[in-house]
Ligand binder design. Sequence first.
Ligand code: PSU
Ligand code: MN
Length: 307
Amino acid sequence: MHSTAAPVLQPSDEVAAALADGTPIVALESTIISHGLPQPRNLEVAKELEEVVRTAGAVPATIAVLDGVARIGLNEAELVRIATEPGLRKLGQRDLPMASALKASGATTVSATSFLAARAGIRVFATGGLGGVHRGWTVEQDESADLDTLARTRITIVCAGVKSILDVPATLQRLETRGVSIAGYRTDTFPGFYLNTSGESIDWRIETPEDAAAIMRGQDAFGGPETALIVANPVPVDRQLDPGLHDRVLGEALAAADREGVTGQAITPFLLDYLVRGTDGASLEANLAAVRGNVALAAEIALAWAG
Ligand code: PSU
Ligand code: MN
């Protein structure tokens, strides 16, 4: 017999209390803090996003793995670890059993965070932009595990589309094939992460957080495969990155990644960082505007969902 060791998944006291009494909760990922944003801004942002959730009347649950335990809700010292610990791992869903067994620590991506949030009983999650199908996928077969997890996880994820460093039309095709529901929030086109729009059209548009909650109830009423709902929420036009600057620097970033042979888990952080430097920080401001808007909307949806 195996001993019944400590649980692999551990909600904070605050999150456990919110789960018990039905207080709205918003899950937040940690990879954006550890690998997606530069220091020291990343720690400020981590705290600010939690504050946005609280101001709206919900409880934030930033998720990460610390010393082998998947933690649902972090205190301030733990947020500092995520923001500053050198060499912190980037964990997708498949990495969780190894991190647990080997008592490792790491930040969780959309795939790992969605999985853990759903396991903990949290239904609403906010991030910046999803991972997806990378340009060059016909050769490299690099498709983020985010998509596969969303095809079999009952979570509502509020995001500004998928990162514009990706092949957006191919990513939308994959989401269609895998049966992931997408609703545009006050938009008829799929957002472009740093940009208000990717130019790709989407089929469904909603106007209110209550609309999102109604779709979630519909998912549960139909039953069937446990798929996600993507609420695609664009960054406002007046906060977006200049599209010309975006296209030029992204072209340079992709060429640099090619030249330097950057692939796999390293490619997304490499490109995001290149864009921050190549736009003198303008991409960072657009990224943050998108994330803030997504977190605020996620809190409203969590409230509507809690009824
Ligand atoms: N959104 C952001 N910044 C990020 C990410 C998303 O605004 O850094 C992270 C997420 O954690 C996402 C991951 O799951 O990038 C995708 O990485 P990959 O392409 O290796 O699956
Ligand atoms: Mn990948």
